[in-house]
Design a protein around this ligand. Structure first.
Ligand code: HEM
Length: 398
């Protein structure tokens, strides 16, 4: 008999800000896949096991298409999502997906991203200087975690310096899962408008950036706009929340923090462990295109699947003591960046940012600490796709 999950959890366990909700860990204990009935009665599945999740991600019979998706928590009366706009390849299958991803791949290679290290160091140093100058306390989300990835992605896309702040703010309100619908729609419309202007500007006067390079291809302005939107949507919130939540996790584990401070050679491994442990990209959806046999179950054509990346990254069959943050952990093959054709395109950029920013932060402020009790740190609601903290008040000895 297969385990059934009736409702998706809306909160995490008390005092466990980094762990997947208890209901999901419980589902994993019953097996790598559970039944889940979507609002409106659509019958689907919830995948929590590491190996099975990778199997799904490697199988083209499970689609990423947005127009096939069923919302996991809201009943839209059987209405699925509208077709995905041109260029938004995260929510497409082959061959459309590859047509957009391919021209971007060469721009995000390990080599190219390493060349950005110095720039990331500069931006990080500027923000840490500003923090030191303003003095404690400060909110690490606004002073550190958001601006570093935002500046990097704006520079990659060629957003002019004077536009970057308002660009970022607008984009944030569009991504805010807890905002009311009217505000979200307004922010979406203006983000679309600004991106269209940006593409037109690059077409007219190309500069040295990813978007300008792409104007040299057969991609239309509509398509370029969609691609830029995916880069922003996928690259900003994820990295910002890794930096903020990562700082929170380190501050809650003084021995781990001390290890990172005393041993720079630990940095790369520490970043992979934080990626696994925090899994800020919690859940993604897929839909079966045909009947598929999976883990001993028949997944019927059209069935929606919720893939719980964060639970898979805590799979005890894969990771010893999965709920322990251990920066020395040897096993680093997590699924925090996904797997298969949609595996994170920006992972090398995210790595460079984290490898620079975490050590810089903890070394610059040897007495860094939370400025409020742990329980007062407000977490993102469980309904948002990306986990994180809303703000992270910290202090240090000035
Ligand atoms: C896809 C996580 C940073 C660009 C993904 C996926 C995950 C992920 C899990 C796969 C989604 C799926 O399976 O459907 C993360 C995390 C990040 C991060 C945890 C930060 C630590 C970035 C950055 C960029 C980026 C900085 C861009 C500059 C993308 C793109 C895709 C993607 C374009 C879609 C790839 C495709 O559909 O082919 N990311 N990401 N990500 N990510 Fe990231």
């Amino acid at each position: 008999p297969v385990h059934t999950v009736t409702t998706l959890p809306t909160t995490r366990g008390p005092g466990r800000p980094f762990d997947p909700p208890a209901e999901l860990l419980e589902a994993r204990r019953h097996g790598p896949i559970s039944r889940y009935t979507f609002p409106g009665g659509v019958s689907g599945w919830l995948v929590t096991g590491y190996d099975l999740l990778k199997t799904v991600l490697a199988d083209p019979r499970f689609s990423s298409r947005r127009d096939l998706m069923v919302h996991p928590t809201v009943d839209y009366g059987g209405i699925r999502f509208p077709p995905v706009p041109p260029g938004e390849f995260l929510l497409m299958d082959e061959p459309e997906h590859g047509r957009y991803r391919r021209p971007l791949m060469g721009k995000f290679t390990v080599r190219r991203m390493r060349l950005l290290t110095e720039r990331v160091e500069q931006i990080t140093a500027e923000h840490l200087d500003a923090m030191a100058e303003a003095g404690p306390p400060t909110d690490l989300v606004t002073a550190f975690a958001k601006p570093i990835p935002a500046i990097m992605i704006c520079e990659l896309l060629g957003v002019p310096r004077h536009d970057q702040d308002s660009f970022q703010r607008q984009f944030e309100s569009f991504m805010d899962a807890e905002a009311n619908e009217e505000d979200t729609v307004a922010a979406y419309v203006s983000t679309q408008h600004r991106l269209a202007e940006l593409v037109a500007a690059k077409r007219a006067r190309p500069t040295d950036d990813v978007l300008s390079d792409l104007t040299d291809s057969d991609l239309t302005d509509e398509e370029l706009k969609g691609m830029a939107l995916v880069l922003l949507a996928a690259g900003l919130d994820t990295t910002a929340n890794m930096l903020a939540l990562g700082a929170f996790a380190l501050l809650r584990s003084p021995e781990q923090l001390a290890a990172l401070r005393s041993d720079p050679s630990l940095t790369d491994r520490a970043v992979e462990e934080l990626l696994r442990y925090l899994s800020v990209g919690k859940t993604f959806m897929r839909t079966a295109l045909e009947d598929v046999e999976l883990g001993g179950h028949l997944i019927e054509a059209g069935s929606p699947l919720i893939l719980s990346y964060n639970t898979a990254n805590r799979d005890p069959d894969r990771f010893a003591d999965p709920h322990v943050l251990d920066l020395h952990r040897q096993e680093s093959r997590h699924v925090a960046f996904g797997h298969g054709i949609h595996q994170c395109l920006g992972q090398q950029l995210a790595r460079v940012e984290m490898r620079v920013a975490f050590p810089a932060l903890v070394n610059r402020f040897p007495t860094l600490r939370l400025a409020v009790p742990d329980e007062e740190i407000a977490l993102r609601a469980e309904i948002s796709d990306i986990h994180g903290v809303k703000s992270l008040p910290v202090a240090w000895d000035g």
